[in-house]
Design a protein around this ligand. Structure first.
Ligand code: ADP
Ligand code: MG
Length: 287
């Protein structure tokens, strides 16, 4: 099957120019990125600040094009500007700051703005607005002003706005960075449900390790390169490497690793509190 996203040796250089247009400085933000994403997958891209995550996200939306290498989204080469519109309809983007994405004073109008812009007929717009708001559990807020919502609720309205465009894929660039723990949880739960129930391909970009436990596959970025790749379990078991890329593993995994160091025989890829308690109970029963 053709991959939904295929990045081959993608390089991105930001260049600074002086008044005459001569290049004075080059910053290689992506340095040979290879990624393949199958349709319907939930993929997480993890990386510390400045590792190139947002630059990569912008490529997935054809907001930037590779300096070298190629990137295909749903079989379309992002460097061909004729594909821009198709790519942006196929792969919608949710950004860090929900306040920058909300444009209307009423939630349901905000969600309908995208489909209206691409010429969806009115009745169909209202059908989509209802469906999308129900999907992100914001339907009861449809008549309200987004200004009174919490950060997590605003971000879910922004996700509904993307959903109403009927994309195959949603790219979220640190969607929870500005939210409190409650808001973060609600956004991640929404994203997971859209992936499972609606089969939407998800690219979740984050620096919070806890948010990637539910992903099918994780890419770890550092200095514009993919430094690690694997399932969340495979990645979290490599804790020393992760600290090298300024990432920290979830508390429960840390505790499990400490227990192993003390000679307690439990698996070293524990991701959830329940797994740790079960592993410990099992040991106790075998005593
Ligand atoms: P992340 O999202 O992981 O924090 P970015 O993709 O924003 O990383 O940045 C990667 C690198 O590219 C950083 O060194 C950053 O300073 C640089 N960079 C990002 N945007 C620009 C830009 N518009 N012009 C020049 N350099 C940039
Ligand atoms: Mg960023």
């Amino acid at each position: 099957m053709r991959p939904f996203i295929k990045a081959e040796n993608v390089v991105h250089e930001y260049s600074r120019r002086d008044e005459e247009g001569n290049v004075t400085d080059i910053n290689r933000a992506l340095d040979g990125v290879d990624i393949e994403v199958t349709a319907g997958d939930f993929v997480a891209v993890l990386g510390a600040n400045g590792s190139g995550k947002s630059t990569f996200a912008k490529h997935l939306n054809a907001l930037l094009v590779p300096t070298e290498g190629t990137l295909y989204v749903d079989g379309k080469d992002t460097s061909d500007h004729n594909n821009d519109l198709k790519i942006r309809q196929t792969a919608g983007m949710v950004f860090q700051n929900p306040d920058n994405q909300i444009i209307s004073n009423i939630v349901e109008e905000d969600v309908g703005f995208g489909p209206e812009n691409i010429g969806v007929p009115t009745e169909e717009i209202w059908r989509r607005v209802e469906e999308s708001l129900k999907n992100v559990e914001m339907y009861e807020y449809r008549k309200q002003s987004p200004n009174h919502l919490s950060g997590g609720q605003k971000q879910r309205v922004a996700i509904a706005g993307i959903m109403a465009m009927k994309p195959n894929c949603i790219i979220l660039d640190e969607p929870t960075a500005m939210l409190d723990p409650e808001g973060r949880k609600s956004v991640i739960k929404t994203v997971r449900e859209l992936n499972k129930k609606e089969n939407i391909t998800i690219i979740l970009i984050t620096h919070y390790m806890e948010e990637v436990t539910a992903a099918d596959y994780v890419y770890v970025m550092g200095s514009g390169q993919i430094k690690m790749r694997g399932t969340p379990r495979q990645i979290f078991a490599r804790s020393e490497e992760l600290t090298k890329y300024k990432l920290t593993i979830p508390e429960v995994t840390k505790i499990a690793l400490e227990l192993i160091k003390k000679g307690i025989q439990i698996p070293k890829d524990i991701l959830y509190v329940e797994e740790l308690t079960n592993a410990l109970l099992k040991l106790k029963m075998h005593q």
